[in-house]
Design a protein around this ligand. Structure first.
Ligand code: S3P
Ligand code: PEP
Length: 460
């Protein structure tokens, strides 16, 4: 079987673990942004397409896979666990599965780089098989909490052979001979926790149930059905109860990946705050568990239109037009957080251009992303002359009604979304904004700078 290692578009180690040589990037105010673009495939669905391809029997074909560092790491891990993974053309990938129960022990450390999703979902996969796998990542991933994944996996019979202090990577995990089905209430609104437990439940001889108090993105549930598993979702007073029948016959299939709403957020907000702009982002996934930012921007008075709504690969997509206009501050309720969890940095930037304050509530989970995003956003705003306050888990941003000073150097702390959000700010602030490092943008949106330049942005 051809494993296709040589065919990878870029080496999965493009962002090295030590990562010391920073390459700053600046954006400056200039011309309006105009044009139609298509941002890359959704990161959450891309990781899952490769993981389900690994666990299925037969061949899975993926269209429009996100070819970014995080996802390439998952492709590499799927290979190490026994899948045949080949890149056939740009965005078109073929996975020949090892099948549930058929994984092989990886010969070396699974290095997930900057990727929380890839590492945590694969822990669920490997930790439910009688193999030992070692997980590691870059300096950012090494700070992120993994006990939230290990705790349920231990209940399912896995052994944590070793772990870094505080339940972090590098860690080694050994799965049991037979995985125990459990009922698990997630301690935080996290699709990664939910997904790790469900993926582990795939190799267990019974029903694995996850209860989540707040609904989080449901790509794993949808993909389970798509690959042939029996999964039920019930809305109850306690939240959502997801029950999966273990050891199904997962069959390889086709996955078409829609455009990532979390990447679309950057050009859309850039158009809303840059005078004279009008941008259309095509094919954006409109899954309601991902559209909290759009809801919020509309409440802020944004000129946003949805066109050409249609279904692609089990998701509704639309072309979204965003046009420049005044925004007003709003209060964002905590229950909306799971549907826009990765969009708060760019929402904070939109809020800095709005008239009046914007209060974002219930942001606890932002502290455990690629950086402490609550702190990183507040510091980035302050560096650019915007008053903001953190109070408990809430963030209050004092909007300027379009008069953002800018001029700051933003510490990105190995976090792609902090870098992209503040580069958006610099397109419409009085003075340029500099992000201290552009390297991490490649983890989710490698073509970001080129695509923004295509729209007329000044980035260098
Ligand atoms: O399941 C997923 O694909 C993701 C879940 C979210 O993380 P949490 O589960 O930690 O909230 C999100 O921040 C991440 O970018 C992708
Ligand atoms: C939080 C993110 O990703 P992950 O958890 O996969 O590192 C993100 O992309 O914003």
């Amino acid at each position: 079987m051809v494993t296709g290692r040589r065919l990878l578009p870029t080496s999965p180690s493009i962002v090295s673990r030590s990562h010391t040589a920073a390459s700053p990037i600046a954006s400056r105010p200039g011309s309006p942004l105009r044009g139609r673009i298509r941002v890359p495939g959704d990161k959450s669905i891309s990781h899952r397409a490769l993981i389900f391809g690994l666990l299925a029997r037969g061949e899975t074909r993926v269209e429009n896979l996100l070819e970014a560092d995080d996802v390439l790491r998952t492709a590499e891990a799927a290979r190490a666990l026994g899948a045949g993974v080949t890149r056939e053309a740009e965005g078109r990938w073929r996975v020949v599965g090892a099948g549930i129960g058929g994984l092989r022990e990886p010969a070396s450390v699974l290095d997930f780089g900057n990727a929380g999703t890839g590492s945590r979902l694969m822990m669920g996969v490997a930790g439910s098989h009688p193999i030992t796998a070692t997980f590691d990542g870059d300096a950012s991933l090494r700070k992120r909490p993994m006990r939230r994944i290990l705790d349920p996996l231990v209940r399912m019979g896995a052994t944590v052979v070793s772990e870094a202090p505080g339940g972090r990577v590098p860690l080694s995990l050994r799965g049991p001979r037979e995985t125990i089905p459990i009922t698990y209430e997630t301690p935080a609104p996290s699709a990664q926790i939910k997904s790790a437990v469900l993926l582990a439940g795939l190799n267990s001889p019974g029903i694995t149930t996850v209860v989540e108090r707040q609904a989080t993105r449901d790509h794993t549930e949808r993909m389970l059905s798509h690959f042939g598993a029996t999964v039920s979702v019930a809305e109850e007073d306690a939240g959502r109860r997801i029950a999966l029948v273990g050891q199904p016959d997962l069959k390889g299939t086709e996955v078409v990946v829609p455009a990532d709403p979390s990447s679309a957020a950057f050009p859309l907000v850039a158009a809303l705050v840059t005078p004279g702009s009008e941008v259309v982002v095509e094919n954006v996934m409109m899954n309601p568990l991902r559209t909290g930012l759009i809801t919020t921007l509309v409440e802020m008075g944004a000129a946003i239109e949805f066109m050409n709504r249609r279904d692609i690969g089990g998701e509704t997509v639309a072309d979204i037009r965003a046009s420049y206009g005044p925004l007003k501050g709003v209060e964002v309720p905590p229950e909306r957080a799971p549907s826009m969890i990765d969009e708060y940095p760019v929402l904070a930037v939109a809020a800095s251009f709005a008239a009046g304050p914007t209060l974002m509530r219930g942001l606890e989970e932002l502290r455990v992303k690629e950086s402490d995003r609550l702190a990183a956003v507040a510091a980035g705003l302050a560096a650019n002359g915007i008053a903001a306050e953190i109070s408990g888990d809430d963030l209050l941003v004092h909007g300027t009604g379009g008069k953002v000073p800018g001029g700051g150097l933003v510490a990105t702390h190995m976090d792609h979304r902090i870098a992209m959000a503040f580069l958006v700010m610099g397109l419409a602030s009085r003075d340029p904004v500099t992000a201290d490092d552009s390297a991490m943008i490649a983890t989710s949106f490698p073509g970001f700078a080129a695509m923004m330049r295509e729209l007329g942005a000044e980035l260098s």
